[in-house]
Ligand binder design. Structure first.
Ligand code: GLP
Length: 237
């Protein structure tokens, strides 16, 4: 594991964007695993800037988002598809057909999970997986549990996650109770992982992630076992 400290959230975004840019320059057809949430917003802003300045291009890249809420369609302002369109897809030269995200508003989410796993497999797996970190240690939407799911699956969100994500919705009752998420196996099979962690409130979970036991109760702790993990954080441990 490599660990890099950023002064603040702004420089974290710049560092992450430079990291991704370097990987894209080295491998233009890179398959990227992408996160949502407030932490990666700065990274997307800088990546957009680099792309608009012509320094990098996503024309040959493919992207797979980690997760999506069940029941929200792509035009719902709180859907992750909407987030991605706002912050990234509509602003860079990534071909539309190369941007993938689980479809939350489908009649059969289990079938959607299979379709998504097949699409990842067809693309040759994830080359660089970028991750945020949930307050309870979730990665994607892999919540603390007695077991870890390998593949893309439907998950019941924990009360803690519903509470944490209420800030994006009118109230907690509007937060979807389920999501589709890549599994821990999809994430761990990525060739490289870049974990972004920002803000004092994540200090405790960051500690548990890397200095605690590997446990299904802290899903992010499994990242200790990944062979090529880089952590960018503005928290001084
Ligand atoms: C959501 C997403 C995660 C993300 C996490 C942290 O629940 N499903 O992929 O990492 O929130 O978000 P934030 O960066 O806003 O703290």
């Amino acid at each position: 594991m490599e660990y890099f400290y950023a002064q603040d959230n702004l420089s974290l975004g710049q560092m992450a964007a430079r990291w991704v840019a370097r990987e894209i320059l080295a491998c233009p057809e890179l398959v990227l695993g992408l996160p949502t949430g407030s932490t990666p917003i700065g990274m997307y802003q800088y990546l957009v800037r680099l792309a608009q300045e012509g320094l990098i291009s996503f024309t040959q890249a493919r992207t797979f988002n980690l997760d999506e809420y069940v029941g929200l369609n792509v035009d719902h302002p709180q859907s992750y598809a909407f987030f991605m369109r706002e912050h990234f897809w509509s602003k860079v030269d990534l071909p539309k057909g190369n941007a993938h995200i689980p479809r939350g508003n489908v009649s059969n989410p289990a079938v959607e999970c299979l379709r998504y796993d097949n699409a990842i497999q067809k693309a040759g797996g994830i080359g660089l997986q970028i991750l945020g970190l949930g307050l309870n240690g979730h990665i994607g939407f892999n919540e603390p549990s007695h077991n870890m799911e390998i593949h893309t699956h439907v998950v019941d969100l924990t009360a803690e996650t519903i509470q944490a994500n209420t800030r994006f919705f009118p109230d907690s009752s509007a937060v979807p109770r389920q999501a589709i998420t890549m599994g821990v196996g999809n994430i761990m099979q990525a060739q490289k992982i870049l974990l972004l962690v920002s803000g004092e409130r994540k200090r405790d979970i960051l500690n548990k992630t890397f200095y605690g036991p590997v446990s299904t109760e802290v899903p992010s702790s499994i990242l200790q076992l990944h062979a090529d993990l880089t952590v960018l954080t503005d928290i001084k441990l």
